[in-house]
Design a protein around this ligand. Structure first.
Ligand code: HEM
Ligand SMILES: N[C@@H](CC(=O)c1ccccc1NC=O)C(=O)O
Length: 277
């Protein structure tokens, strides 16, 4: 008689004829049906899975920020901190994932790049939504979504709401007893650094023990932006490694465009105030 482990004898439920199974719950049939390479190139599967997993993690980032934002607005900071810490961790996960994609050489990629046509991460609506939610709101980025009115509407609707940074700034006003110029809260333009906000954050950082909650909020935001910057840097370095300085499939200048994006500052005052402490 075999002494192989028998899960049934151990009490494991073995029949799922009438019960929800792992695959049912996770919709595995659809999940594994969603990888449909257009070429016979070996590395296209890697490319697809890398992007799909990134998009799944982005979905979770959106879920967390959507929940954190109203909590901050309602003064429930501790609950929001947990979510923001998770967002930073997800970015770390996305950053580590580049190590897998980096195993694809320019010759590997050349076997299927033409099959991608004009599609590009530039058209990732979830990525743009993350940027919009955080406060980097460049409305010129909306147009590529016009062919999908549902997604375009979702992005446009985000521009009607205060960004995550807006709600943090509002909490900063309350804490420091200041009132920022109304332009600070313009909703459909990228946030621009302002001296009055630098002054307010400086107050917090000069006496952290008196303003602990705002201090913690500020550091959570800095952490998040730190990881986001690393994602951009990993992306542009991988792009240079794989396609050099060629134009992107999405039509931009490629590495030159992505290098310009490295200069984006999501929460500029939180960086600019540091040298003045
Ligand atoms: C070999 C791998 C990759 C290459 C060669 C590449 C190349 C590029 C290029 C050239 C652009 C500029 C837009 C264009 O003209 O196409 C771009 C943008 C973008 N890519 Fe990738 N990419 C790669 C992997 C990824 C991965 C794994 C993701 C994860 C989702 C991603 C997400 C994005 C996003 C979100 C943008 C827009 C960035 C922005 O507008 O700031 N890319 N990519
Ligand atoms: N923009 C890339 C193509 C690319 O990477 C891509 C194509 C389709 C879907 C996602 C992509 N990833 C990031 O841009 C290129 O120019 O080679």
């Amino acid at each position: 008689m075999s002494d192989a482990y028998d899960p049934e004898k151990d009490g494991a439920k073995m029949s799922y004829k009438n019960d929800m199974s792992y695959g049912d719950y996770l919709d595995m049939d659809n999940l594994v049906a969603a990888q449909r390479p257009l070429s016979s190139a070996h590395d296209e599967m890697l490319f697809i899975i890398q992007h799909q997993t990134s998009e799944l993690w982005m979905r979770l980032i959106l879920h967390e920020i959507s929940a954190a934002r109203p909590l901050i607005a309602a003064g429930k900071h501790n609950q929001a901190f947990k979510m923001l810490a998770r967002v930073a961790r997800i970015f770390e996960q996305l950053n580590n994932a580049w190590d897998v994609l980096r195993t694809m050489t320019p010759s590997d990629y050349s076997h299927f790049r033409d099959d991608l046509g004009a599609s590009s991460g530039f058209q990732s609506h979830q990525y743009r939504l993350i940027e919009f939610m955080l406060g980097n709101r460049n409305t010129n980025m909306l147009q590529v979504h016009e062919h999908r009115p549902d997604l375009h509407a979702r992005l446009a609707a985000e521009l009607e709401k205060p960004s995550l940074y807006h709600v943090a700034l509002n909490a900063l006003e309350v804490e420091t007893g200041t009132t920022f110029a109304p332009e600070v809260y313009r909703m459909n333009t990228p946030h621009e650094s302002s001296d009055e906000i630098i002054a307010a954050w400086t107050k917090i950082y000069r006496a952290p023990e008196e303003h602990w909650v705002l201090y913690e909020l500020a550091e959570k935001l800095v952490d998040l932006e730190d990881y986001f910057r690393r994602w951009r840097f990993n992306h542009v370095t991988t792009v240079e490694r794989v396609i050099g300085f060629r134009r992107g499939t999405g039509g931009t200048s490629g590495v030159k465009y992505l290098r310009r994006m490295l200069e984006v500052e999501l929460f500029p005052e939180l960086w600019h105030m540091r040298g003045g402490l």
